[in-house]
Structure formats: C-alpha cells, structure tokens
Design a protein around this ligand. Structure first.
Ligand SMILES: Nc1nc2c(c(=O)[nH]1)N[C@H]1C(S)=C(S)[C@@H](COP(=O)(O)O)O[C@H]1N2
Ligand SMILES: [Mo]
Length: 328
C-alpha cells in the first residue's frame, strides 16, 4: 500500500560496507559511516511529517501513531551488535556484515500495551513501507516476531542510531530493531504492526530467511556465536620476533564465554582473553603473539554460555581466517 509523502530514492537490492571488510572495525562503537547498509527493494525516502504507524490486528485499541506521538513516549538506549544474515539465496555463505551500535527508541512492548493486545496474539507482524522487486518477487517487506521476543524490553521502535536521527538509508524516521536477532528482522521504514495468532505468510518469512533443517525449516532469528579477527589484516607488515597481538570481536544472541585463536591454520588453538558485554554488544578478544618468519593462517572460533560454537565451514557463522606474511 503506497502512502503519500514518500518515494523510492533508489531501486533494487544493494549492499554497502567498508572496503577493508571486518578489518575496518577498529572501534568499540561502529560509526554510522562504517556500518553496512542492506536493502532488498531499494531505499525509501519518507517525509517525517507524513510518516505514521498503524497498530492493528488482535488489539482492543487499534491506533495510529505519528512521529511526534512516539517522540513523546518514554525512550531507552540499547547497545547491540547489528549483523546481516547474508543472502537468503545462499544461507551457508559467511558474509561477516557486522557492527556494534547504540539504538534509541520506544520499546515495542509499550506500544503493544497501549494498543491493549489480546491474549490470543502469538506473533507480531511488522511491515516496511517501501515497494519494488527482489529476486523475482514483488511483495511487501513483512517480518514477524514470536510474542516473547516482541515483548522483550530490548526490542525498540528506533528513532536514533549512535545519537543521531535515523537517515533514509537506515530506515528512518522509524525502524524496528531486534537486538540479538539477525538484521533481516529489524524492519526499516516500518509502517504497520499487526498482532496475529500465526506466523506471517509473506515471502520474507517463508521463501526467504527460513533455513533448511533435517526436519523442515528454521526461521533466521537468533544470532549464532560468531567471531572475526580485526587485526592483523592481510596487508599489515609484521616482523618476525616482534611481539604483536591478534585481536577481534565475538558476538551472538547469547554471551560469549570462550574465544580460541589458531596461528597455524587450525592445527593448534590457544585461549584468548575475552572482554565484557554491555546489552548485546560484541565482546573484544585478544591474544599476544610473537610471530616467526613465513606465512601464517590465523583463525578464531568462539563458544557461548550455552556451549554452542562455530562450524569450520559452510555456515553463515563459519570460522574466520586471515592469511599474513611475516618478514625477517
Ligand atoms: N523495510 C526493510 N527493512 C529491512 C530490509 C529491507 O530490505 N526492507 N533489509 C533487512 C536486512 S536483510 C538487514 S541486514 C537490515 C540492514 O539494516 P541496515 O541497512 O541499517 O544495516 O535491515 C533489514 N530491514
Ligand atoms: Mo541482511
């Protein structure tokens, strides 16, 4: 449904991110300019004066909220990693599109409370306002959340990223943010919220973002444990015998409790130190290393508090490796 006061500023799928990939991610908070951008159908430009949010479905009090209404409600800040699951057409390819940011907005639970959600509601559907084509499909960007996650206090209708109002490319003026879950769930340019008894039936919750499993499919929701080496990068000049350190980030929906690093392509693993997490931030890991001369394949792998780890290959959270050459 097309609304007045908005137009597509760019059409079609696009991905943008730093040219150096994860090696650009040197700071604890990722500046907006270094944070990847993804859209399936294009970028929607919305006049904030025209934006409104419909709340409907299994609610006693259907509502329409304008931007000023949301701005007048209690807001909270939440730090979280933000990660794209990668292409829904190639779900086992690791893309490592990741950053760590601070979102600010109105908890979704507050809006659902005002709308007096019915007990029968088991899922919350959210829908983006943009239009266009992706992979031969022309349909709305509609996603869903099971009610427990929708009511969790970290799930926000976000108005700001790192202290700045959301830009058009980021999904402004208002987007959903689902910390701990893959980016695909954080609907940009959100225009409607629907309380429902069952899962949403659009392409982005059925055909796309459902991983095949031995017994059926599994929605691309909670983020599996993952880690990347930020430094050294393949272009760094390392010298044999000079102490350096291997460091990077580890993250997941559940807290990371262990990171191991290999300097010989996975033959031997050493335990790295792991920093704390705030909200659902990423966690820093580090291992001192004094290289000998030659070629080295550095790798990292992590595990979370549930004991879940990372596969070596063929998964979106497959182990990251970096090749470096050390001179004499
Ligand atoms: N409306 C809408 N929301 C969307 C998308 C989209 O195409 N349309 N893409 C999703 C995907 S796959 C990701 S990874 C994140 C990317 O958010 P970002 O561009 O702010 O990094 O937005 C999600 N929300
Ligand atoms: Mo994504």
């Amino acid at each position: 449904m097309r609304r007045p006061g908005m137009y597509m500023a760019r059409n079609g799928f696009s991905f943008q991110g730093p040219a150096e990939g994860v090696h650009a991610l040197g700071s604890w908070i990722t500046p907006a300019d270094d944070l990847f951008l993804v859209t399936h159908m294009g970028f929607l430009q919305i006049d904030p004066e025209h934006w409104y949010l419909d709340i409907n479905g299994l609610v006693e009090n259907p509502m329409t909220l304008r931007l000023a209404d949301l701005q007048a409600m209690p807001q909270r800040e939440y730090m979280s990693f933000h990660e794209c699951a990668g292409s829904p057409l190639a779900p086992t390819v690791a893309k490592r599109r990741i950053g760590n940011v601070v979102w600010k907005g109105v908890p979704l639970s507050l809006v659902l409370e005002q709308a007096r959600m019915n007990d029968k509601a088991s899922f919350i559907w959210t829908c983006g306002l943009e239009w266009g084509e992706y992979s031969g499909v022309e349909d709305a960007y509609q996603k869903d959340l099971p009610i427990d996650k929708a009511l969790a206090d970290e799930v926000l209708l976000a108005l700001e990223l790192n202290g700045q109002p959301l830009t058009c490319e980021r999904g402004g003026p208002v987007r959903l943010v689902v910390p701990g879950w893959y980016g695909t769930n954080s609907v940009k340019w959100v225009g409607s919220i629907t309380a429902a008894e069952r899962r949403a039936s659009g392409p982005y919750t059925t055909r796309f973002y459902n991983d095949p499993t031995p017994s059926g499919t599994k929605p691309v929701w909670s983020v599996a444990p993952e880690s990347v080496i930020v430094s050294p990068s393949p272009v760094d000049q390392l010298q044999a015998g000079i102490p350096t350190r291997i460091w990077g980030w580890a993250w997941g929906d559940h807290r990371i409790t262990c990171v191991e690093v290999s300097v010989d392509g996975g033959g031997n693993w050493q335990t790295a130190t792991v920093g704390p997490r705030q909200g659902r931030s990423w966690q820093r890991f580090e291992l001192p290393w004094t290289p000998i001369s030659g070629k080295h394949i550095l790798m990292c792998r992590c595990a979370n508090e549930l004991g879940e780890g990372q596969p070596l290959s063929d998964a979106r959270n497959a182990v990251h490796s970096v090749g470096v050459v050390t001179s004499k």
